[in-house]
Design a protein around this ligand. Structure first.
Ligand SMILES: *Cc1c(COP(=O)(O)O)cnc(C)c1O
Length: 240
């Protein structure tokens, strides 16, 4: 059961963090991460006004999107690592894709989107912590190691060439165990990278930032997040 109060409280925390960054809450998009949660929870959140939901498994996205297809303004964000063979499902049901972590997946999504006659707004996932377990293009040393920056620029140009993909910006996941200070420096590093990319590629307008989860979304917003992906703070803990 998802309470209206929990959602209101989350929106209030987003609003306050946005104000601390000189913005308002409606400049930040809340994505309620409903992975592993039942349809009833999604419907509750929808009735409380949430319209954007995040899923990370293609079979689960397909089932939920089919079951809730009558809610025509509900938007699905695919936030998980994607295998090429699952591209078709994401191309068919997702309204946004946050985890573009290799060019191959951009190409296979693009091919499926042509068949579906759809375009898909996407975020390129970057790995800012250098943790091997995290997906995404390496960028933990982008200010010192120009090869990381140049590689990312080539990826962005290649994605920009694919008309079915509409590049919105960068997505990242901070380490779960980081303290506030290191979280802040990670989010700052991504925001600075995003500004640098904008200077280097002024014709490509992709300066949105998908960063911040239940444990760190206020810090992420203070440092410039435009999209936050919040699961357990809204739906409660997940079974692991
Ligand atoms: C599960 C997940 C989230 C939400 O995590 P919470 O800590 O429950 O808010 C956000 N982003 C991604 C990519 C996820 O897989």
């Amino acid at each position: 059961m998802v309470s209206f109060q929990t959602i209101q409280a989350t929106l209030a925390r987003i609003e306050q963090a946005a104000q601390r960054s000189g913005r308002t809450g409606d400049e930040i998009r809340l994505i309620a991460v409903s992975k592993q949660k039942p349809l009833a929870d999604i419907i509750n959140a929808y009735e409380a006004g949430v319209r954007h939901f995040g899923e990370n498994r293609s079979e689960e996205l397909e089932k939920k999107a089919q079951a809730l297809s009558h809610l025509s303004d509900l938007k699905w964000h695919f936030i998980g690592h994607l295998q090429s063979r699952q591209s078709k499902t994401v191309a068919q049901y997702a309204h946004y894709f946050h985890a573009l972590d290799r060019l191959k997946i951009a190409q296979s999504l693009s091919a499926k989107l042509v068949e579906q006659q759809r375009t898909l707004p996407v975020f390129i996932q970057v790995n800012v912590s250098g943790e091997e377990s995290k997906s995404g293009f390496a960028c933990q040393n982008w200010q010192q190691d120009t090869s990381q920056l140049e590689a990312l620029i080539e990826v962005i140009k290649a994605v920009h060439q694919l008309p079915q993909l509409d590049l919105l910006g960068l997505m990242t996941m901070a380490p779960f165990d980081a303290n506030e200070q290191s979280l802040r420096s990670i989010f700052k590093k991504i925001a600075a990278l995003s500004r640098c990319l904008h200077v280097r590629l002024p014709e490509i307008n992709a300066s949105q930032l998908s960063m911040g989860m239940s444990g760190d979304f206020e810090i992420a917003i203070e440092e410039g997040a435009t999209h936050v992906r919040i699961g357990s703070a809204i739906f409660g803990a997940r079974a692991t």
